[in-house]
Design a protein around this ligand. Structure first.
Ligand code: FA5
Length: 334
């Protein structure tokens, strides 16, 4: 029995064959069980010797089996190591990590600067009524200033996609119901413009609104200057030019001086050294009234900026269309 078991064991070429051998000898219907069952037919005095011999054989072939199994596994490992070499010293593959969209990053940066200045974030809707987008902002029907924005109209009369975040001013004032206001209003705006390197039909704006007793143009200038220096560098100078918006009076446009050591300075500023960053002004009395405030008692300032244009300035990005193209080569740089 022992000789036969060992001979068959030697003929096993791989692990599968070895395991089959093990079942053949030690399985429920295996050779060893069958051999042991002969015990009952053996004369009593021979039983101890028979049992001892069976145990010896069992131990011997089990040891041989375990050795053969270990040997086969080792050989299989050697084969796999030489045919599929694995260089454990190579650097691992970095897992691909997600990141925030550059537009989200610049928005968050803006929130954080204004949060430090005591502003709250207030969100309003992207689909607006004509009243909110124009009328309450001091542009009654047929007002020529409506043409400053190429509007997307919906099939519902009087409902438009907001062309700017300014209608949010009315929502905030009505909700604040006479209390002082200090908020920024970020969000998506839509304009039916020709898409170009500088203009998208869908883009972000961040509006600011401060209303209260004794709010002045000096507060507006101080706020914008503090913002510009946090955003573009502590050395930045701010320049104010007079401008026109129907909802502010007076209205201004704000430029910052561009760093002299930036090689893109001339191209970005068209040789002037100054770059426009936002439009602003003192809230028009009609707008305060539409928001439920008494212009005899309170004043306010408002501003509106384009965060994507701001990011373009910071990183000398020359095409706004890159924002929504979702080209990872662009997005991964931020
Ligand atoms: C306005 O929309 C005014 N509501 C801003 C304002 C608010 C003035 C409060 C006074 C008081 P304007 O049309 O200039 O203004 O747009 C503001 C900013 O939005 C621009 O400076 C620019 O950064 C951004 N912007 C405008 N149109 C586009 C466009 N098509 N694509 C990308 N950004 C744009």
């Amino acid at each position: 029995l022992e000789g036969q078991a060992l001979t068959q064991l030697q003929q096993c070429a791989d692990e599968t064959a070895l395991r089959a051998w093990n079942t053949q000898y030690f399985g429920d219907k295996g050779v060893m069980k069958a051999a042991m069952s002969k015990l009952s037919g053996i004369p009593k005095e021979q039983k101890p010797a028979f049992g001892a011999e069976m145990n010896r054989i069992k131990a011997a072939i089990t040891t041989a089996y375990e050795a053969a199994l270990a040997d086969t596994k080792e050989k299989a490992l050697q084969v796999s190591l030489t045919t599929n070499p694995l260089d454990v010293t190579l650097p691992g593959r970095a897992p691909a990590r997600g990141r925030l969209h550059p537009a989200t990053q610049i928005l968050r940066q803006i929130y954080s600067i204004f949060a430090d200045l005591g502003f709250q974030v207030y969100r309003t809707r992207e689909v607006e009524t004509d009243e909110l987008n124009f009328e309450f902002l001091n542009m009654p029907a047929h007002h020529p200033a409506r043409d400053m924005w190429d509007t997307f109209f919906t099939t519902t009369p009087g409902v438009v996609l907001r062309t700017h975040t300014s209608p949010g001013q009315i929502h905030v004032m009505r909700e604040a119901a006479g209390k002082p206001v200090r908020v920024i209003l970020p969000g998506m705006c839509y304009r039916n413009e020709a898409i170009s390197t500088r203009s998208e039909i869908q883009f972000y704006q961040v509006e600011g609104l401060v209303v209260g007793e004794g709010v002045t143009m000096a507060d507006l200038k101080g706020t914008i200057t503090a913002f510009a220096r946090r955003m573009f560098g502590p050395e930045r100078q701010v320049r104010i030019r007079s401008s026109y918006f129907p909802f502010t009076e007076p209205s201004i446009e704000v430029d910052i001086d561009w760093p002299k050591d930036d090689p893109n300075r001339d191209r970005l500023t068209k040789g002037t050294g100054w770059l426009e960053i936002l439009g602003a002004g003192m809230v028009h009395p009609n707008v305060l009234r539409a928001g439920g405030y008494d212009p005899e008692k309170v004043t306010g300032f408002a501003f509106g900026m384009g965060p994507q244009r701001m990011l373009m300035l910071k990183h000398a990005i020359d095409d706004i269309r890159l924002f929504w193209q979702n080209d990872l080569r662009f997005l991964k740089q931020f």
